[in-house]
Design a protein around this ligand. Sequence first.
Ligand code: G4P
Length: 533
Amino acid sequence: MYFCHMSFLDEIARRRTFGIISHPDAGKTTLTEKLLLFGGAIQEAGAVKSNKIKKAATSDFMEIERQRGISVATSVLAFLYKDKKINILDTPGHKDFAEDTYRTLTAVDSVIVVIDVAKGVEAQTEKLVEVCRMRNIPIIVFINKLDREGKDAFDLLDEVEQKLGLTTVPLSFPIGMGYDFQGIYNLWNENIRLFEGEQKTTISQSNLIENIDDPALEKAIGSSAKETLAEELELVREVYPRFNQEAYLAGDQQPVFFGSALNNFGVQELLDCFVDIAPPPLAKDSEERTIAPDEDAFSGFVFKIHANMDPKHRDRLAFVKIVSGTFTRNVPYLHVRLKKKLKFSSPNAFFADKKEIVDISYPGDIVGLHDTGNFKIGDTLTSGEQIHFRGIPSFSPEHFRYINNADPMKAKQLNKGIDQLMDEGVAQLFTLELNGRKVVGTVGALQFDVIQYRLEHEYGASCTYENLNVHKACWVEVKAGGEEDFAGFKQTKAKFLAKDKQGQLVYLTDSAFSLQMTQSKYPGVIFHATSEF
Ligand code: G4P
């Protein structure tokens, strides 16, 4: 028993569950692939498919389906490295799928942010890092594509600090850049790695140079490059704080690495440091109490639901992050929202190239559960305790349309389809208070096509859309003593009021201006940008 308990704690301590976030094209897929190569999880480059939605694909449904297929396959990529079990959770970079990424970020214990050296901090990076910072998720920054001409390293560090609000600590530093890129000075392990040959595509294991005074360095890169490097390193040491692991874990300090994922440069340095400093599974807040990973009782939550690709099999895969205890096959667990016990005969564990039925999973792991419609995003499973995990809020959609039934014979199919697609988190549904009409809200315009297509192909239902002028959805809360304002607000804004799927009251405001006016007219009512407040 004692031994058994030890191994449970060891299992927790060796897990690293994280996400890679970036603006599309910064190199997330390439970096993921290189990490898997180091882990020996794949044998050759090109094995990880990019799940980017290519621009031309927006009206091509086969392409959307293909992307969906890839995105199941890459949802969780697990591998072993230096005896650590590493789980990479896939985060779509495309802005139309930003909600997916926000939800996935509730299941990671840390993130790596990839930034393109030439483009610097881009829009999607800003949004995603903001979400990480709200939750104090530990962040490591990887500045990619050093083989290309880009911004000056110091300017880039400034930009990262300004735009992302981070406190950077360079743990590596480039020697030259673009055409002059010669290698990386690793401040973490204090050594230097240089490119080999003209092509800058291979790194030599042999030309690992121990320190800056090594004569081999000057010989290899020339005396002026060596001088520059020495000056830059001095500046780094003067200007930036020393790395402090606690500050990193608290989200107060962010280590930065430079490299080129495509050429496999700087990637191993990143990975070696990552396994040393990144956090194992952390405790998680629930509405009732904080749950520690080493508690014996199992708990976990659903952060993603994926519909089966085969429309003949309606079952879906619910992705559960294990927070505490162990998840064991065929053991009944409490589905807290439904208040019923469910057991799972074929829970899936994920690896880089396959998924497999697994008997036991530990905190930090993700299990995929076959589901016939019991789950929705945010659901909690436990050994029996009534726990509700927090932190999967809905954000206001950007696009809103009425959804109408186009085939009166198929109303039931339509409702079921809409229901299930919303549980999956494809979009949000609002029901107008005044007339019961249904409004679908999405992050990107692309989702409307996806919904229409999937309703038809998976549920045999057809729908049409109708435009509706909504700027934002705001979740409504009444302040203590604000009842009179609330009554006035309800009366004047009756045709803008709706319920979300949880039955929470939402104000569908038609412009930023009218939201502002309404807010100043009814100070007793609070308008929230997310469903969780
Ligand atoms: P993403 O997942 O973040 O969207 O980016 P992805 O890895 O797909 O990389 C986007 C493009 O950037 C790819 O080129 C990729 O080869 C290139 N890339 C990634 N890392 C580096 C690097 O270190 N240096 C250079 N020079 N390029 C890099 P593509 O032409 O768009 O795609 P592909 O046709 O080569 O796959």
